[in-house]
Design a protein around this ligand. Structure first.
Ligand code: SAM
Length: 232
């Protein structure tokens, strides 16, 4: 049986590419975005009551990871990318129907727009449904997960002086917690686990309209090198 679903909204996110997005929500509380609702849900009626809710579930499409042929096993980055496990035991993006789910903080509601933080969503992500988080039902005190029992370990992040000044200036222009966003995302160590970072290798990712570059002066430590306005 086939059933068609269509998005209720599109996320405008601080994350303009997949690299360096945290692997789950809340890992970067400074990650912000706006969920713009599509007609007919862009009217106040559709969000009435949400002002009483601190967090929402978003069900969304991994629109940049859709595949024709379903996988039975995947290699999650969390396990270093070299261990193969059943697709339903992971939250991998490559999955049947390409559906993702995240609990995110609802900062503010207005007709047609939900202001969100703590997101792990790429810019342009189509959202299929929105549901209020219900603490008594959704928070399971005795739950455990042997493959992902704690948040990923953080690594220290420091700045070249000029890069920090660039980030502080751009934060003022954007009206966003940019320094925190960069620190929180890079502390997750976005580099693929199989790569040994050489000090002369520069890594980069786009946050808002900015290209951020960093390197590893030594394994397990990141230094931000520059924060430049994106040109392409
Ligand atoms: N919290 C969700 C879940 O459990 O279903 C997503 C988990 S998934 C491991 C998180 C990763 O999905 C992010 O690090 C990002 O690289 C990727 N991602 C986010 N939005 C995406 C999109 N629209 N299309 C493809 N990949 C996306």
């Amino acid at each position: 049986m086939q059933h068609l679903v269509s998005p209720v909204g599109i996320v405008h996110s601080c994350f303009k590419e997949k690299f360096a997005i945290p692997r789950q929500p809340h890992l970067a509380p400074a990650a912000r975005g706006v969920l713009e609702l599509l007609p007919p849900f862009d009217q106040g009626d559709a969000v009435q009551g949400l002002e009483q809710v601190s967090h929402v579930w978003l069900l969304f499409l991994f629109h940049q990871a859709l595949e024709d042929k379903p996988r039975l096993k995947v290699r999650p980055p969390r396990l270093g990318g070299n261990q193969s496990v059943g697709v339903f035991s992971t939250r991998a993006t490559h999955r049947p129907n390409g559906i993702g789910q995240s609990v995110v903080r609802l900062e503010r509601v207005e007709p047609g727009r939900l202001h969100l933080s703590g997101i792990d969503l790429l810019d342009g992500t189509p959202v299929l449904d929105i549901k209020p988080y219900v603490p008594y039902a959704d928070s399971v005190a005795e739950a455990h997960n042997g493959m992902a029992d704690a948040p990923p370990p953080l690594i220290p992040v420091d700045w070249q002086d000029a890069a920090l000044q660039q980030a502080q200036q751009q934060a003022l222009r954007l009206g966003q917690p940019l320094v925190q966003l960069i620190e929180q995302c890079l502390a997750q160590d976005p580099r693929p686990a199989y790569q040994q970072p050489q000090p002369d290798r520069r890594y980069g990712a786009r946050f808002w309209d900015l290209d951020v570059h960093w390197h590893y002066p030594e394994p397990g430590r990141i230094r931000v090198l520059d924060v430049q306005t994106a040109t392409t």
